[in-house]
Design a protein around this ligand. Structure first.
Ligand code: C2E
Ligand code: MG
Ligand code: MG
Ligand code: MG
Length: 281
């Protein structure tokens, strides 16, 4: 009986694995088509300072899939693009679209905005990464000073002798570096000290519990203290309530992003949002 049960569950497991496998193959094919058929688009989430002024936006990719009949979340297809070698190409498309969108918006508003771009590991490790980015900035007439690259701690599992000098080169060109989802990945405080990082982004999982759980609040407080001692900006992501915003401000956080201020917006909605609110040069 037991062995039969094990066999059965092994069988079910194999089926499930195969289903997952087939699902991924289908999704990979669909993603390739989606890139060609323009099913991907960008949304932009405002980032605000302590005065409530919008100083920048984070560019976030969306996939409105006709094949799946719904929006597929980036948490699903970015890892797939990473695993299947599609990422450098998809990453380039994302950067290009975001830069064109924001350049057009800046022209219309006669102001400049900081653009935060998420960089995946495989995209960053691509030998043409920096060259491609600089070409896009050139084409769109955007300044390096207005670009922030959001990297995650997972990047630092890769060859440090390649990553650190490249980050330094990027920084020397005026591009800002932000450490995304800080506190959730492979991290080392001593590494933080050696890296040319301008901004720490506190992950929304900490922000979410800050007003509910004292340990969480203490951790956030300490992260902020460390970051500020290293002369970094501290941006809290996933701020949803006024209480969270006030606590974070009291702890010394100087930048905010989250539904409390605005959800991610398509470019038309972002333009309307910015026209109706004060923001910086
Ligand atoms: P992330 O870079 O940490 O982005 C923040 C995520 O939090 C976004 O989810 C955003 O929509 C969501 N968010 C913002 N404010 C709030 C809030 O107040 N409450 C809650 N619950 N969520 C909030 P999204 O757009 O689904 O993206 C998920 C992840 O997918 C991103 O996390 C990033 O790792 C990846 N991703 C998204 N767009 C890109 C992209 O263009 N390139 C790359 N490489 N990765 C991307
Ligand atoms: Mg991000
Ligand atoms: Mg984040
Ligand atoms: Mg995150």
């Amino acid at each position: 009986y037991t062995s039969k049960k094990i066999k059965n569950s092994a069988h079910i497991f194999a089926n499930e694995m195969q289903e997952g496998f087939l699902k991924n193959i289908t999704m990979e094919q669909e993603l390739r088509k989606a890139i060609k058929n323009n099913e991907l688009f960008m949304v932009y989430q405002p980032q605000v300072d302590t005065q409530g002024n919008v100083f920048g936006v984070e560019a976030l990719v969306r996939w409105n899939s006709t094949a799946f009949g719904k929006l597929v979340p980036p948490d699903q297809f970015i890892p797939l693009a990473e695993a299947t070698g599609l990422m450098p190409k998809l990453g380039r498309l994302i950067f290009e679209t975001a830069c064109y969108d924001i350049a057009a918006l800046e022209q219309e508003l006669k102001r400049s905005l900081q653009i935060s771009l998420n960089v995946s590991v495989r995209q960053f490790m691509d030998p043409l990464f920096l060259e491609d980015l600089l070409n896009i900035l050139d084409k769109t007439d955007l300044h390096t000073l207005n670009i922030t690259l959001e990297v995650t701690e997972n990047l630092f599992i890769e060859e440090l002798h390649y990553i650190v000098p490249l980050l330094e080169k990027i920084k020397s060109l005026g591009i800002q570096i932000s450490m995304d989802d800080f506190g959730t990945g492979y991290s080392s405080l001593s590494m933080l000290r050696q890296l040319p990082i301008d901004e720490l982004k506190i992950d929304k999982s900490f922000v979410y519990t800050i007003d509910k759980d004292e340990t969480s609040a203490k951790m956030v407080q300490n992260i902020i203290t460390i970051g500020k001692n290293l002369n970094m900006h501290i941006l809290a992501e996933g701020v949803e309530t006024q209480e969270q915003k006030e606590l974070l401000t009291a702890f010394g956080c100087d930048r905010f992003q989250g539904y409390y201020f605005s959800k991610p917006l398509n470019k038309e909605a972002l333009l309307a949002f910015l026209k109706s609110s004060a923001f910086y040069m």
